[in-house]
Design a protein around this ligand. Structure first.
Ligand SMILES: Cc1cc2nc3c(=O)[nH]c(=O)nc-3n(C[C@H](O)[C@H](O)[C@H](O)COP(=O)(O)OP(=O)(O)OC[C@H]3O[C@@H](n4cnc5c(N)ncnc54)[C@H](O)[C@@H]3O)c2cc1C
Length: 418
């Protein structure tokens, strides 16, 4: 690369950052991608890792492997410390500062506990690979403990409270209930007395507010069938290692509280000195650049992107992140080739969520809906398309098919530090 070659710095190797890097393949630029991990995390499958359906390598994929085809991209594992928009420079922990001609900011979102007492210390969030592994290890450890001393069951050792009636909470509650009733009751025969409870708590009046009422009813019934108790209209007030207190005053005995209730954009956007929108997301122009900074593209969960068709802010979804990242990469490549940039157009593939084996809901843009096995297949197709490589797709299909046929979760082992 000559000293005059423009540098594109991509922060974050999630759907958005990796999508941008892939579209810069062959562009006349030095492309540098920095992420605090050396892997890309496929967040929609975290709950399958946490419940033993998938193994770690099916959910986290080496960024170097993923971007291998893009021979010019340099990848660094380092945490961003500060972004100086004026000086066009980013500083890192453990890596020298890097200046840029174009910046793609795809640092994603992080958990928001909304100040709930004890949540930061005792809750199990579900947003990263280490979170999912930690939850799985904890669930296995609690069943092991109850198998050794069945008296722990009456203290709530096996009980799980899941917070949040959106897709993350519903998927996680359904998967934990299936793991419990399908596998753990057989694995730990001394522990189970039929009393292990999975409770889903949602502050709003109903689950799945983004879906039509008939899909909400379907989801509530599918959860009930799996033994999940739904408590809507009440929020969690505080959490301790063994108890969850609701704002209604009820105290639930539970040694596990899974947090799937709230997100906020990566805290680094707060230091940019720009006006932020709901959830601390950075508002962007139609071409996904920051106002007054045509060299800075903000993409994925960290951005508040207004849909050109509906004029609504797009939700924080994998397909929005991937498409917006790809758009940034393509647009920078166009600009480097002296072409005009184009505005971003989102292609909606529908809103969907799984509840358990053979149970899912899909709502298409035109209002068409699907439930059951058909919806689960549609969910599988859309999410397979989001997986980064053919190898990952093959691996996921084998694991899902294996799980569907044998009803077993082969990943239900804990690999602790010795
Ligand atoms: C549990 C769960 C289930 C989901 N299910 C679905 C679903 O079924 N369908 C769907 O479409 N969407 C789903 N989503 C949403 C989807 O996963 C996100 O919208 C998508 O991952 C956002 O992509 P992104 O690239 O913007 O951010 P991310 O994927 O979060 O990537 C951000 C990257 O930035 C890196 N990073 C963060 N901070 C720093 C730092 N300081 N320094 C360096 N690197 C940093 C991170 O390591 C990460 O690799 C789900 C999300 C979660 C959490």
């Amino acid at each position: 690369m000559s000293a005059s070659t423009p540098r594109v710095l991509i922060l974050g190797g999630g759907f958005a950052g990796a999508g941008a890097a892939q579209k810069l393949n062959g562009a006349p630029a030095e492309v540098v991608l920095v992420d605090r991990h050396d892997y890309h995390t496929f967040q929609p499958l975290l709950y399958q890792l946490a419940t033993g359906l998938l193994e770690t390598s099916a959910v986290g994929h080496s960024l170097r492997d993923l971007l291998e085809a893009h021979g010019d991209a340099t990848i660094h594992k380092a945490s961003v410390r500060d972004i100086d928009l004026g000086r066009r420079t980013v500083s890192f922990d453990g890596l020298e500062s890097i200046s840029y001609d174009y910046l793609v900011l795809g640092l994603g979102a992080e958990v928001n506990f909304f100040g709930t007492e004890g949540a930061a210390e005792h809750a199990f969030p579900m947003y990263t690979l280490p979170h999912a592994v930690r939850l799985k290890d904890h669930l296995i450890e609690r069943w092991e403990a109850a198998d050794r001393d069945p008296n722990l069951v009456s203290d709530g050792a096996l009980n799980v409270v899941v917070v949040g009636g959106g897709p993350t909470g519903v998927e996680t509650a359904g998967a934990i209930a299936e793991l419990y009733r399908g596998d753990f009751v057989k694995d730990y025969r001394r522990a189970d007395d039929g009393d292990a409870r999975v409770t889903l708590v949602e502050a709003g009046p109903e689950l799945f507010p983004m879906f039509k009422p008939k899909l909400r009813d379907y989801a509530a019934k599918a959860l009930e069938k799996r033994g999940v108790e739904v408590r809507a209209g009440t929020a969690v007030a505080s959490v301790s290692p063994t108890r969850v207190t609701l704002k209604s005053g009820d105290e639930l005995k539970a040694h596990t509280l899974v947090w799937g209730a709230g997100l906020q954009a990566n805290e680094l956007v707060r230091s940019l000195g720009i006006e932020l929108q709901r959830g601390n997301r950075a508002g962007v122009a139609a071409d996904l650049t920051l106002p007054d900074h045509p060299e800075v593209y903000v993409v994925g969960d960290v951005a508040a992107i207004t849909d050109a068709k509906t004029e609504q802010v797009l939700p924080q979804l994998g397909s929005v992140a991937l498409q917006s990242g790809e758009h940034a990469g393509e647009t920078i490549a166009r600009r480097l080739a002296g072409k005009e940039p184009k505005p971003f157009r989102y292609h909606d593939k529908g809103t969907m969520a799984t509840i358990g084996r053979g149970a899912a809901v899909v709502q298409m843009l035109g209002g068409k809906t699907m439930t059951g096995v058909k919806a689960q297949l549609a969910w599988g197709a859309v999410h397979l398309a989001l997986l980064p490589t053919n190898e990952d797709r093959a691996k996921a299909v084998v694991d899902w098919a294996g799980g569907a046929m044998t009803h077993q979760r082969v990943g239900r082992i804990s690999v602790e530090n010795e």
